[in-house]
Design a protein. Structure first.
Length: 275
């Protein structure tokens, strides 16, 4: 699934091209997605100027004066720029056409979404899909004190608390394992037992891990391509523990372990990440 680094990489490819440009034509080729694309969406946005292209969690936000398109890439979707005359592929659900650029949303598994949030009903962050999301990892408000308050009294294992998305957004399965390794924290440790000092170390590890992933263009997800059509770029090739069960830890040579938490694979070093 495209996670925050993949979505942020896509946003960075879209924003310089879409911003301050007139969306000449928005086309819906197949409305069958997680929620059907509203039939009146083309009439709502055609001929309007894109004012900004933002991200909240794993949602792309294409903003106009009168509202915002909320775009989710689903399990295996991508939003990529294509030549103006390139034929559509199977599973290309929607199309954005600008004077000098064209984008297609490709979603084979149809778990993605394109929704509309009118400006007159309030800020887009109040939309039900966004309202309960945690703080952004690069927001100044995300720090050790934030984690300490959020984890206080919680018995949920620390990795699952990170994945929930209500404390901090964007720490997907790969990045949670990697951040916990960087911080030297066992993924099975109850969140409420983490000291303030270690909360600070974890916040920094999350920021560093996600920043590195964004710099790499995301993980090596089989179906993901960025806004230019380039495949997801190889963060996992440089991962310290993810998918490295049985291999020696790069710090201490102890074999990396794999366990399952909440039906998700977790990788960690039992020596570097003691409870």
């Amino acid at each position: 699934m495209p996670e925050l680094p993949e979505v942020e990489t896509t946003r960075r490819g879209l924003a310089p091209i879409m911003t301050d440009q007139v969306l000449e034509t928005f086309l819906v080729h197949d409305s069958r997605m997680r929620w059907p694309v509203p039939l009146d969406m083309p009439a709502t946005v055609n001929g309007h100027i894109v004012r900004h292209c933002d991200r909240r969690g794993k949602y792309l936000l294409i903003g106009f004066d009168h509202g915002t398109q909320i775009v989710h890439l689903g399990m295996s979707g991508s939003l990529r720029r294509v030549p103006m005359n390139e034929p559509r592929r199977k599973h290309d659900h929607a199309e954005w056409v600008f004077p000098d650029a064209r984008f297609l949303l490709h979603d084979p598994r149809r778990f993605g979404a394109i929704l509309w949030h009118p400006a007159n009903v309030g800020p887009v962050n109040e939309h039900p899909l966004l309202a309960r999301l945690g703080v952004e990892p690069f927001d100044p408000a995300f720090n050790g004190e934030h984690l300490a308050r959020a984890f206080s009294g919680r018995t949920l294992p620390i990795k699952q608390a990170l994945l929930a998305g209500t404390i901090v957004v964007g720490v997907g399965n790969i990045y949670a394992s990697e951040a916990l390794f960087r911080a030297g924290i066992n993924p099975r440790l109850p969140a409420g037992r983490l000291s303030r000092r270690r909360c600070g170390a974890l916040a920094e590890a999350v920021k560093e891990t996600l920043a590195q992933a964004i710099e790499s263009g995301g993980s090596t997800l089989r179906d993901y391509v960025n806004a230019t059509g380039t495949p997801g770029a190889y963060f996992t090739l440089h991962a310290a523990v993810y998918e490295k069960a049985g291999q020696p830890c790069g710090q201490c040579t102890t074999p990396i372990r794999r366990i399952v938490q909440g039906q998700r694979a977790t990788y960690f070093c039992p020596k570097c990440q003691r409870r």
